[in-house]
Ligand binder design. Structure first.
Ligand SMILES: Cc1ncc(COP(=O)(O)O)c(C=O)c1O
Length: 372
């Protein structure tokens, strides 16, 4: 049996992509905010009904750029969670800021809003919550807390492209939101990322920061890096955006098939759609809690059948070796995150995953088959 991976990139037809990139052979303008880059920005603003966007070579540098763009004072504390991809914490640390780890809630694995205020000190400058698996954080409560304490909110929305809450796009919450357009994401530009932001006056600085800090041909205003999205990536984004609604609809069917097979099984906590949220079905996390097999056993059973699931997010960021010397090190300080991290497995999830394969995966999990 051929391998089933945890994810598989959506792609336009070869012909559609070739048509999109054709004019690059005439223009010979391959990067540095060319026509495709501008077109993708415009299309994204229209699709998400958002106000301001900047595109990046990836989501990670988008996050670093927005942290720099907001001129947060070096050494400032940033409240965030350890149940995330390495990128979130790395971006904070690499920006000269100090992560302060807040635990997550056990319902949807996003930041526990009831624990944020006790972590605020006179050094706190921002909150960087993560919309884990595309589950939205409690954006209203976070907004209240940030306003009360004068803090910036920058969402790591890497997983949450096209998710809406009460009809409002996830791009519109907080002061800014970072999205990843990595090939494994619901919407992608091969590699890529974006920042959606509220304050129009940030735009110029963000443009400069991603282009070595250049403010003109003879002026260098910032110690910037290189984080520009190239034209081929933007063209892939333009094509993929045309088909995104259809791809999300296909994901919904996969999600529902998993639910049909696994719902009601004792000891399994399945992915849930939140109230008021229009989801993007980015991931299908299952928490194995008191089930006849533990997470690691299920992982191995699937692996034995050539099916790749992912312990996502395990290990927790606050147990990474590179953070041993940091004050936030220690997964025991965030017990809910640790509990979930030890038990969660994200199952294969992509638009083209067929019903038969979902059924086969579920049969293995249920111990009905060792399929080969
Ligand atoms: C939660 C989270 N934050 C940040 C990133 C970084 O995005 P990118 O891979 O586009 O740099 C990812 C990517 O997988 C992610 O999952």
């Amino acid at each position: 049996m051929s391998q089933i991976n945890v994810t598989r990139s959506s792609m336009p037809t070869f012909e559609e992509y070739c048509e999109e990139i054709k004019e690059l052979w005439d223009s010979r303008w391959l990067t540095n905010m060319g026509a495709k880059h501008k077109q993708l920005e415009a299309n994204l603003l229209e699709y998400l009904h958002a106000d301001h966007v900047k595109l990046y070579v990836n989501g990670h540098l988008a996050l670093e750029n927005i942290l720099a763009g907001m001129s947060l004072p070096k050494g400032g504390e940033v409240i965030t969670t350890p149940f995330t991809f390495a990128s979130t914490t790395h971006a904070i640390v690499r920006s000269g800021l100090v992560p302060v780890m807040c635990d997550i809630n056990p319902q949807n694995y996003t930041i526990d809003v009831n624990q944020i205020e006790e972590l605020i000190t006179d050094k706190t400058v921002a909150i960087v919550p993560v919309h884990v698996y595309g589950n939205l954080c409690d954006v209203e409560r976070i907004d209240e807390i940030a306003k009360k304490h004068g803090l910036k909110i920058i969402y790591d929305a890497a997983h949450a492209f096209a998710v809406k809450y009460n009809g409002v796009s996830s791009a519109m919450f907080g002061d800014a939101s970072m999205f990843s357009f990595h090939a494994t994401k619901v919407f992608h530009s091969i590699e890529g990322g974006a920042v959606f932001y509220r304050d129009d006056s940030l735009g110029k600085k963000l443009d400069e920061l991603k282009n070595f800090g250049l403010a003109g041909q003879e002026t260098v205003a910032w110690v910037g890096g290189n984080a520009k999205m190239n034209e081929f990536a933007a063209a892939m984004g333009i094509c993929n955006l045309r088909h995104l609604d259809g791809e999300i609809e296909k994901r919904r069917k996969v999600f529902e098939r998993y639910h049909k097979n696994l719902d009601g099984v004792q000891g399994l906590k399945l992915a849930q759609v939140q109230e008021g949220v229009q989801p993007n079905y980015a991931y299908y996390p299952v928490v194995f809690d008191g089930y006849k097999y533990n997470r690691d056993q299920v992982f191995e059973m699937l692996k034995g059948a050539n099916i790749v699931a992912r312990k996502y997010f395990y290990p927790l960021v606050n147990s990474f070796d590179c953070y041993k010397e940091y004050a936030f090190y220690g997964s025991e300080k965030t017990p809910v995150a640790k509990y979930i991290s030890d038990r969660v497995l994200t199952l294969p999830m992509y638009a083209d995953l067929c019903e038969t394969d979902v059924d086969r995966i579920c049969e293995i999990i249920l111990g009905k088959s060792t399929a080969d």
